[in-house]
Write a new protein. Structure first.
Length: 275
């Protein structure tokens, strides 16, 4: 039984807008990326005060042209997916919405227009467009590794938090009476955090011999502490690593990507993928 005309149009739109396997789809996405990059560049240039004063009207016109285009694109994305709410609540759906909202909010809050820089997140689509789906897969592996190690990282961060409090309190006792930098325990904790993370701003420094000795120990300790979360995540990364091949297919029902190259059905919702 042939599909209704409206269904064929929606299917074709979905193929062009969401897929990068066809010349039309790739052309659409490349043009979209160029417009996103131009929009982000416009926002950055507009923040330069001399340019803003001289070309304020042009910036406004160009920005609204981008906003109208991205609004139409967002509405078309909602139209051509079979379950719009799934796309609207997905990562890219939320980013696409946030990319257009600041322009409308700027009508009431002028400073909101600079939040348009969030459009830069949309450039992530480049991995899908140029057949780099394996990068998306690697990204999924990293995210999964972080999720798997969150309990260990939580324990580690709790330990570090207690450690900087103890070190800060100790330095307050050692330096507090003679060093204005260590005027309170919170200020001493700030120094402890800066030193333990090996940032070392140098705005607060110990002056007593004992304080400098403790400072040296904290600096050395910082290198060991930095290595701990790296080892935790790396171990989980090795466990999660897989060499599955993925395609650029996007499910018309749930909007999710990352399917195997020979997949027929969505591995998330089970629906039939777009042929």
């Amino acid at each position: 039984m042939p599909q209704p005309e409206s269904s064929r149009i929606r299917s074709k739109l979905h193929e062009v807008i969401f897929e990068a396997d066809t010349p039309e789809g790739k052309a659409f996405d490349v043009i979209l990326l160029l417009l996103i990059a131009a929009s982000v560049l416009t926002v950055m240039l507009e923040s330069i005060e001399p340019l803003q004063r001289q070309y304020a009207e042009w910036f406004t016109i160009v920005e609204w042209a981008f906003t109208v285009f991205f609004t139409l694109e967002y509405l078309l994305r909602l139209y051509c997916v079979l379950r719009p709410i799934n796309y609207a609540t997905s990562f890219f759906g939320i980013v696409d919405l946030l990319a257009i909202l600041p322009s409308y909010l700027a009508l009431f809050l002028p400073s909101a227009q600079y939040f348009l820089i969030i459009r830069a997140f949309r450039l992530i689509r480049i991995f899908r467009i140029f057949k780099m789906a394996h990068f998306i897969k690697e990204g999924d592996i990293i995210i999964q590794a972080l999720r798997s190690s969150r309990a260990k990282i939580t324990v580690f961060l709790t330990f570090v938090s207690l450690l900087v409090i103890i070190i800060g309190a100790t330095m307050y006792l050692v330096e507090g009476g003679s060093n204005d930098g260590f005027s309170s325990i919170p200020r001493s904790i700030y120094w402890s955090i800066v030193t333990l993370t090996t940032v070392g701003y140098g705005d607060i420094t110990p002056t007593s011999n004992l304080g400098q000795f403790i400072s040296g120990l904290v600096m050395i300790m910082g290198y060991a502490i930095i290595a701990v979360p790296t080892g935790i995540v790396s171990a989980e990364f090795v466990k999660e690593y897989k060499k599955d091949k993925t395609s650029t297919q996007s499910c018309r029902y749930c909007g999710r990507e990352g399917h195997d190259s020979d997949a027929i059905h969505c591995k998330y919702c089970g629906e039939l993928l777009n042929p």
